[in-house]
Write a protein that binds this ligand. Structure first.
Ligand SMILES: NC(=O)c1ccc[n+]([C@@H]2O[C@H](COP(=O)([O-])OP(=O)(O)OC[C@H]3O[C@@H](n4cnc5c(N)ncnc54)[C@H](O)[C@@H]3O)[C@@H](O)[C@H]2O)c1
Length: 421
């Protein structure tokens, strides 16, 4: 069996590299510079274990990356992993990448092919616009071409691990397509969960991100409440969960909700339901709390420091990735600048104007560190060395609860955590 993966981003690149350990895979992307970078041996995204996997996939000859669509001919399963952003103006999903990827596939679609959608889409998309376009070319769905939706549920920073272990939800237009796709995905690892149809699988993915967004709103509000009460939110959550599975749904609070998925899927679902006269009230409340968090972090700094230089540790929206989509770091930086602070950004993986890779250089002569991203290397900060680079009486605002308060205080820092004033 031959496969193609259309869209080599944070999902498509690790997925095609993993599938190439088993199958012949064509990875297609319209972004020429991305293909050129890959062909030159560069890895365009930061993801643990991806470098090694890609090296293996290329050297074995099983993965070919291209922007030539004719290479899609002959792939039995065409896997779509293009972006599906939210369009604020229309309050609906922006289908442009998905529609264009289908147009690109169409000339190379053959009888018995399967189109597998992994991009996140509103319920009804697979058997709606995708099916209609394929049938408009004279194919019957199902019958000639099979359609499957299997949501991608990995998170960045652990994509390879997640692809190998997470359960695979599959909603197919017919039994044959289900069998072929489940056989293929089960080879990666993780159990297979068959659901009644693609619409159910699409709804499961919406629930993943809708519920996470709402639960983050809940714990972020809890963090603000704990600061008022004068207790430590992390101690509260840990104790509430200890041997008490009914609280297992509690997440950890943070400086704001970043990442492309949580900042679009709840709103896409809300837009879809609004069109049928229903308002998702929980999304509205969670949005109001989550969007308040970056400003709250800046307020925490002002509570303990009137002026000076602040180093923001982490620009990526989450640990061990270089993805900055919807990162709270910039909003925190802007709020601090508005309050008159001088701000520097540092990140080990994110390159860009005004971002220093060198943690110690960025912290030089600063008065405060604001830890925003839970990168693994920030879990083992050398506070003794950092202290030497900073001004006297340095402050730490730890928005992720990953710096040891006692170690910080022993080394001369004043430490405050989000929800743990
Ligand atoms: N990033 C995540 O953590 C994550 C997790 C689960 C699900 N998802 C979903 O997976 C999908 C992809 O997300 P992503 O983060 O990988 O996006 P991305 O923006 O990183 O990648 C999309 C890729 O598709 C390419 N592309 C755009 N139009 C194309 C076309 N017509 N033909 C071929 N390639 C095209 C782009 O050049 C880009 O490389 C989205 O629907 C997203 O909601 C993402």
């Amino acid at each position: 069996m031959k496969l193609s993966v259309i869209g080599l981003g944070y999902v498509g690149l690790p997925l095609s590299s993993l599938l190439a350990t088993i199958y012949d895979v064509v990875g297609f992307d319209t972004d020429k510079s991305k293909i050129e970078a890959l062909l030159a041996g560069e890895v365009p995204i930061k993801e643990p274990d991806l470098d090694e996997l890609l090296k293996y996939a290329f050297s074995s000859g099983r993965l070919k990356v291209t922007n030539d669509p004719s290479l899609l001919l002959g792939s039995d399963v065409k896997i779509i992993t293009v972006g599906t952003p939210y369009n604020e103006k229309t309050d609906y999903i922006d289908y442009s990448q998905l529609e264009s990827s289908i147009e690109i596939i169409m000339p190379y679609l053959q009888k018995n092919d399967i189109v597998l959608l992994k991009s996140t889409v509103p319920p009804g998309t697979t058997m709606g616009i995708v099916r209609r376009r394929i049938e408009s070319a004279g194919f019957k769905v199902p019958g000639d071409v099979g359609l499957v939706f299997s949501p991608e549920r990995m998170i960045e920073g652990q994509a390879v691990h997640d692809f190998k272990t997470l359960p695979k939800i599959i909603g197919a237009s017919d039994d044959r397509s289900f069998r072929i796709v489940s056989d293929m995905l089960s080879k990666l690892g993780g159990k297979i969960i068959r659901v009644s149809n693609p619409e159910t699988a699409e709804t499961v993915k919406m629930v993943d991100n809708y519920s996470r967004f709402v639960f983050l709103g809940l714990v972020n509000e809890l963090a603000l409440a704990c600061e008022k009460i004068g207790v430590d939110v992390l101690e509260v959550i840990k104790s509430a969960q200890d041997d008490y599975p009914r609280n297992s749904g509690l997440l950890l609070p943070g400086p704001g909700v970043g990442g492309s998925c949580l900042n679009k899927d709840p709103f896409i679902l809300r837009g879809v339901l609004r069109a049928s006269g229903m308002e998702l009230e929980m999304v509205r409340s969670a949005e109001s709390i989550n969007s308040r968090m970056p400003n709250h972090v800046a307020e925490m700094v002002s509570l303990f420091l009137k002026s000076g230089k602040v180093a923001i540790l982490g620009v990526a929206f989450k640990g061990d990735t270089d993805d900055t989509r919807f990162t709270p770091s910039y909003a925190i930086g802007d709020a601090l600048i508005k309050r008159g602070f001088e701000v520097t950004f540092t990140d080990p993986f994110v390159k860009g104007k005004g971002i220093r890779g060198d943690l110690y250089g960025a912290s030089e002569k600063s008065d405060c560190l604001v830890l925003v991203t839970d990168h693994s290397e920030y879990r083992k900060l050398d506070l003794v060395k950092l202290r030497k680079h900073m001004n006297s009486k340095p402050l730490i605002i730890d928005t992720r609860g990953i710096i040891n308060r006692k170690v910080a205080e022993v080394n001369g820092f004043t430490y405050h955590g989000l929800g743990r004033l």
